[in-house]
Design a protein around this ligand. Structure first.
Ligand code: SF4
Length: 342
């Protein structure tokens, strides 16, 4: 991603949760106007949080209402032109994404989960003795204590540090599991510690190790998801696009999802193979935006999870960049390559 000329790097500040530390830091910089962005899971409390900040910081607070999926799509200048500070809840900063204004990331860390009980649950389920751990940002504080508890039970734990898109060792990002990939050769399985299927699915695409899911608050463990089925579905999508002549190449203008350089390279490859290709710009993609267009298939250079998780919502095959290269015959179908966003 190349930063826009008018967007110098802005500092990110990080806080574990909404509280006095955040309020004091905001007061210190005397903001004129704050834009507050909350993820879907916290929308219900958003007005209460905005009101609390407004009162305690003493500055106007506007809520960004567009759905937000990651730290890659914080409010742009156009969305909140008068805000000089952003407060982004539920995400860690992405270190290599430049910010448009000083941004306070509130990671909403959870203290919950007893590492001894969680380790007992894992051992009782018979997880392999060489284990990689990956965490949602909310549960990352469990990394040390859970590793120690597992170590005392004879389980060797590896927690990998990823590339410059990840702020922490052991962190999961839906488009980047390079921390896990760094230790994959040394483990026989991964355990994702967090809630929901989003990260276990991403991790299963990115590595060929079984991925168990441990919900630390409920102390419940789900068995590995079926990687062969996930990959098989994507290989079918690739096969269905092999004969496509006209390709739409999707590029997001969100600062943390903008891979225009990749898109241009793909456009050239398509043309070199005798296909038509057109770059299509969007910010947040909606299936309706692609209705009625004369393309046989799409390759999506924005968030890789749009194609992998929501591809069925689009009327035409939608591939990730590595899948596109498979469809053109430039990469083999196997081993499957996850579209890691670096
Ligand atoms: S690109 Fe997608 S998976 Fe990556 S941070 Fe953004 S929303 Fe999450």
């Amino acid at each position: 991603m190349s930063p826009a000329a008018d967007a110098p790097a802005r500092p990110a500040r990080v806080f574990p949760r909404v509280g006095p530390e955040l309020v004091a830091a905001l007061r210190e910089i005397r903001p004129q106007r704050i834009v507050l962005q909350v993820p879907a899971g916290l929308v219900r409390n958003a007005h209460e949080i905005a009101e609390g900040l407004r009162t305690e910081v003493g500055a106007p607070v506007a809520l960004a209402t567009r759905a937000c999926f990651g730290a890659c799509d914080f409010p742009s200048r156009d969305e909140a032109p008068s805000a000089d500070v952003a407060v982004v809840l539920g995400h860690a900063p992405i270190p290599n994404v430049e910010l448009v204004r000083p941004t306070f990331f509130v990671e909403m860390r959870e203290a919950g989960g007893d590492p001894e009980r969680l380790a007992d649950t894992l051992v009782a389920a018979g997880v392999p003795r060489r284990l990689g751990l990956v965490f949602s940002i909310q549960h990352l504080d469990l990394a040390g204590p859970l590793s120690e508890s597992l170590g005392r039970r004879g389980v060797s734990v590896r927690i990998g540090r990823g590339d410059r898109r990840l702020a922490y060792a052991g962190q999961a990002l839906g488009c980047n599991y390079t921390g896990a990939e760094a230790v994959a050769a040394e483990v026989d399985a991964f355990v994702f510690v967090g809630t929901g299927a989003f990260h276990p699915i991403g991790l299963a695409f990115a590595t060929d190790r079984p991925v168990w899911s441990l919900d630390p608050l409920r102390n419940s463990l789900d068995p590995p998801i079926d990687r062969a089925e996930l990959v098989g579905r994507r290989q079918l999508a690739v096969a269905s696009a092999r004969e496509a002549r006209r390709w739409g190449i999707l590029v997001s203008t969100f600062r943390g999802q903008d891979r225009l350089g990749t898109a241009r390279a793909l456009e050239e490859k398509a043309r070199a193979r005798g296909r038509d290709a057109e770059i299509l710009l969007f910010d947040r993609l909606d299936p309706r935006d692609l209705e009625g267009r004369a393309f046989d298939a799409y390759v999506n250079t924005a968030c890789p999870r749009i194609a992998l998780d929501d591809g069925a919502l689009y009327g035409k095959p939608m591939l990730t960049p590595p899948e596109f290269l498979m469809a053109l015959g430039e990469l083999p179908l196997a081993p499957y390559r996850f579209d890691t966003y670096h």
